[in-house]
Design a protein around this ligand. Structure first.
Ligand code: FE2
Ligand code: FE2
Length: 352
């Protein structure tokens, strides 16, 4: 399931000139480049035999999250297999915004905008308004490294809401001795999917101490904030996640556009990590970085739809339409795939 590449901590690179796609970064900015990049293509095979890329002592080399094998166990399988997305479906995904309709929506959107500002500040991101791309200061031009910093930070936060929501609904079901009607599994699966995004990007770069500190602080604040908010108003929390995912769709759309415009040359021909190829079941010939970001964006668009839909439901009573069997299977209904996706979510009247 996992690649077998190793990471050289603080390595001094002596890469051969025949590896122009190698991506070097400064650890002072929070990330170290993973040897996955060094291992890309034919170089990967050679590196398994000779450690050409580093003068670091062997004792300092480690795998960032190595595959665990025991005497009896070869591999750990997931219960949540990813649904198949076709390239056509993924390419048709566009950024879409759901308009606010009440005070709860306004609170959710306002909080997302505030968090977005904070995240942009932390990750050094600023995107110019439409049509003014050339006016952006050089300081804010996005490189492959800056995108990875942003992706990793965002994914460490994105995996929290599903877990908190699922956990609180699980505890409520135990406490009140009542059924949950299918919400818990969808929420936990979302958290799992976000963590797979994170593990994928961690195959491309290893966070340094500053990044780890920021993630620790962000998780402490965000987990507790979301936990209390979900107790007070789960509907507002799902709307909040819906708006947060709109921003995620926007972020990944911009990264895809930059790859296609040739602004991220190091990612142009770079292969996706093995862990991603296996998780999304990426077909042969569609395993590049651009393909990977198409999958991640499709996932974010799905989270957006799911959470806006759950935000439209009566929280304590309605069944989860994503885990439901409908009376009329001929009509389009919410599903795990992208074929019946509605960017702004399904209305309650459509599914209940
Ligand atoms: Fe994500
Ligand atoms: Fe997401």
């Amino acid at each position: 399931m996992y690649s077998t590449s190793t990471v050289a901590l603080g390595a001094t690179s002596i890469l051969p000139k025949a590896a122009p796609h190698v991506f070097r970064t400064a650890s002072t900015t929070g990330l170290r480049t993973s040897s996955f990049l060094l291992y890309n293509g034919s170089l990967r095979k050679n590196m398994n035999r000779t450690r050409l890329f580093s003068t670091t002592r062997p004792t300092r080399i480690k795998e960032f999250f190595p595959k665990v094998e025991t005497k009896q166990i070869v591999e750990v399988k997931t219960s949540w297999c990813h649904p198949v997305f076709t390239e056509k479906e993924m390419r048709e995904i566009k950024y879409a915004h759901r308009n606010t309709r009440n005070w709860s929506d306004w609170v959710a959107l306002g909080t997302v905008r505030l968090l977005r500002w904070g995240t942009d500040f932390v990750t050094g991101y600023r995107h110019p308004p439409e049509g003014k791309e050339d006016k952006i200061s050089r300081r804010f031009v996005m490189t492959e490294h800056k995108w990875l910093v942003r992706f990793i930070f965002l994914e460490t936060v994105a995996g929290v809401p599903g877990m908190v929501g699922g956990m609180l609904r699980h505890l409520r079901s135990l406490r009140r001795m009542k059924r949950d009607n299918g919400w818990i599994e969808t929420l936990l699966e979302e958290a799992y999917n976000e963590r797979m995004h994170l593990l994928t990007f961690l195959k491309l770069a290893e966070p340094g101490w500053f990044m780890r500190l920021m993630v620790l602080g962000a998780q402490g604040v965000f987990f507790n904030g979301f936990f209390i908010s979900y107790l007070l108003s789960p509907r507002t929390c799902h709307r909040f996640v819906g708006y947060l995912e709109e921003e995620a769709v926007l972020t990944y759309t911009r990264a895809i556009n930059e790859i296609e415009a040739g602004k991220l040359p190091k990612w142009k021909d770079m292969d996706a990590p093995d862990i991603a190829i296996q998780y999304w079941n990426m077909p042969e010939g569609h395993r590049k970085m651009r393909d990977l970001l198409l999958y991640v964006r499709a996932d974010e668009a799905k989270h957006c739809e799911v959470n806006h839909t759950l935000g439209n439901m009566v929280q304590k009573r309605d069944p989860n339409p994503y885990a439901a069997k409908f009376r009329d299977p001929g009509k389009p209904h919410p599903s795990k795939g992208t074929d019946t996706m509605k960017p702004s979510g399904w209305e309650r009247e459509e599914v209940i």
